[in-house]
Each structure stands twice: as C-alpha cells, then as structure tokens.
Design a protein. Structure first.
Length: 267
C-alpha cells in the first residue's frame, strides 16, 4: 500500500519532472514553457506541456487549500486556548492582589504559592501565544503560496489555444478487467475537464483533469475515499469513443491495481 507521501507525489503531476516543475519557484514554469509570439498558437507539443503543468499546478493549489483549512482550524483552537490562558492569568493576578492587601491575615507561604500560580499562568500564556503566532505565520505563508499559484495558473491559461469542447456530454463507460458498467458526465472548458461519475460497485464521485491534443487525463475522486485513481485516454478521431488505461492510488479496486477502460458517447 502506498504511503501518504507517495500518494501526494503522484497527485502533484503526471511524472516526476512535472512535479518538480510545479513545485519550483514561480519563474521556473515561465523558463520551461516559453511564450509564443503574439498571434501564434502554441504547437501541439508545447500545448501538451502547458496542459500537464496546469494540471499539476491546480492539484498543488487544491492541496494548499486543504492545508490552509487545516491550519485555520488549528489557529481557531489555539485562539480559544489563548483566551482561556489569558483569563486564568487575570484570575491568578486577582487572587494574588486580594491576598497581598490582607496584611493581618496573609502568610508568606500562601502569598508565595499564589505568586507561583501567577508565574505558571504567565508561562502558559506565553507558550500559547507563541503557538498561535506560529500558526498565524504558517497561514500567511500558505495564503501567499495560494495567491502565487493562482497567478501562475492564470498565466498558463492565457497560453493555451482555444479548442472545441468535444468531451462535454454523457459517456457510457466500461471499466476493465472487471467489466463494470458506468457513466461519466463530463464538462470541458478549454483544456480543463470536470465531471461526475457512477461506476457500479465502485461507487460514485467526481472527475477532474485536462484534455489536450486528443489526450485526456483525469483523476477519479471517490465520494467516500477521496482520490483513488488516475485515468488516461485518447479520443477517437470521430469523437465518439475514448480508450485508455487507469491506475489505482491504493488497492481499492477489489485488489486490482490497474486496467483499461472504454467510454462511448451516449449524448
């Protein structure tokens, strides 16, 4: 079974080179994929590279958003702990103040104990504040990365040629080698493809990926398990059939790690 790191690496691109490309500084994509002259459309090879890089960047953006959500959740929890620690420090100070002015009744030992409580509460406040600051800095870093990725994605989209949205529609799917029958509901926008699927005993979920120069790359995202398969295929010249292969992220296909699939346009 794949480790969490291996699954994440596979989701970040079509190959190791694309993963490195997508995770490199912002200028790296610009250096690797040179812009075409104004008025010229990218050649097929460059279009494929742009589409693959775009898919990797968008996957990275989704992972970053997940990390943002988790970091924000952690910050909210720490903020509550900080508020509680602040209140405890105030209470400890008030207890000490009340005893300190009771000159006739207070003892040295009781005053010392209250002072130790105050120091402990101050230490707790400082620890929680440092934790909150760390989470806040991490949140700021992730938000900056999300913004940078959004700019890079927007730039790459301007370099892609306009193309007919031939994948939009309903497709009858056969998932092999088990021969499971199902349906893909695809929506193409430029080179980007999203959709939903129902696949018999394999459940249902969403699809996302790219379509460039007749080649489709999709990620199958199960409604319960999350991302569980990479799908590649080639559209027939007449636009009525897609043939390709799939690869499971984990052994979730009844013990079958990979296979083939065929889709026929239904409408």
């Amino acid at each position: 079974m794949m480790s969490a790191r291996d699954r994440t690496a596979r989701r970040l691109g079509l190959a190791l080179a694309l993963v490195v490309l997508c995770l490199s500084p912002a200028g790296a994509v610009d250096e690797e994929i040179a812009p075409t002259a104004r008025g010229e459309e990218p050649n097929p090879l460059e279009s494929g590279r742009i589409g693959a890089a775009l898919a990797g960047l968008e996957e990275r953006a989704r992972l970053v958003q997940d990390m943002i959500n988790e970091t924000a959740r952690q910050y909210r929890q720490i903020a509550l702990e900080r508020a509680a620690a602040d209140q405890e420090m105030i209470s400890a100070q008030e207890r000490l103040d009340r005893e300190a002015v009771r000159a006739r009744e207070v003892t040295a030992s009781s005053l010392a104990a209250l002072y130790r409580d105050l120091l402990a509460s101050r230490s707790r406040v400082e620890v929680v504040r440092q934790e909150a600051d760390a989470r806040l800095q991490e949140l700021r870093r992730l938000l900056g990365e999300r913004d940078a990725l959004a700019r890079r994605v927007a730039d790459l989209k301007t370099r892609l040629p306009m193309q007919e949205e031939v994948l939009t529609g309903v497709w009858d799917v056969t998932w092999m080698p088990a021969g499971v029958q199902g349906t893909f509901y695809l929506d193409q926008s430029g080179t980007l493809v999203t959709g939903q699927y129902r696949l018999g005993s394999y459940g249902s979920g969403s699809l996302q990926g790219t379509f460039v120069n007749g080649k489709v790359f999709l990620q199958r995202i199960d409604a319960e398990r999350g991302r569980d398969a990479e799908i590649e295929g080639v559209l027939d010249p007449d636009g009525t059939r897609i043939r390709g292969t799939w690869q499971a992220y984990e052994m979730v296909q009844g013990g079958i790690p990979q296979g083939q699939w065929v889709a026929k346009r239904a409408r």
